[in-house]
Design a protein around this ligand. Sequence first.
Ligand code: 13P
Length: 287
Amino acid sequence: MLVSATEMLNKAKAGHYAVGQFNINNLEWTKAILLTAQELNSPVILGVSEGAGKYMGGYKTVVGMVKGLIEEQKITVPVALHLDHGSYDHCYKCLEAGFSSIMFDGSHYPIDENVAKTTELVKAAHDKGVSIEAEVGAIGGEEDGVVGMGECADPKECKAIADLGVDFLAAGIGNIHGKYPANWAGLSFETLDAIQQLTGELPLVLHGGTGIPADMIQKAISLGVAKINVNTECQLSFTAATRKYFEEGKDQVGKGYDPRKVLAPGFEAIKATVKEKMELFGSVGKA
Ligand code: 13P
């Protein structure tokens, strides 16, 4: 069932576990994540970045694919289809296309403009029963080959955005997208704690889930994180498994060139990564 992410994340926050958001790129990714969630009886959030939405042929294509898979693969666990790091315009596009959740990333605007745009989008999303995530404090990552260290959000700004009625909030706590550099200082639990003190019951979101050590993930969950985003890690495991297939010359044996055979190891690798994360996040059996 395609549902808003509000209920599953409120349950996760109250139950002290987190629901994974796994970003999708194509049919194999989507099917692997949905089947794993069903096998483990876990709620799940499918993340779609603007770039991935364009790559897959547009948001309506994505909605059709996800709804088709849910029906035909008999997926009964709660599934949210969520726009990841959406701009103002793309939030509206996804509301129109039938997404069940959106993220408005206004973190690069001055706080007043972030507040104005978030307020408007909260109403537009809630009018359609769609959940909305906002972001405070830019989450770093690799841009043009330079890895920016993650910022730490101002807890008071987090409270101001939380009060606009968003359903869950992403706050920078030193986390970054992509692989973490060797000299990464780790997550700032002090910041996370201060944010939770002010935002209370609101589920908090941890971006950049790839490569964060298990003990830090668990501590973050204990301090109010109820949604963890994972993207790069599935890409790394898919690509490693695919590389192995070619390195072992399997494409040259029999009908090894069949794309369904070529993509099978990567598909299984995504399933294994998603399973590992769901177990770590504690969402197994929580559907
Ligand atoms: P990673 O690619 O580091 O896992 O981050 C994913 C993410 O936060 C998507 O918003």
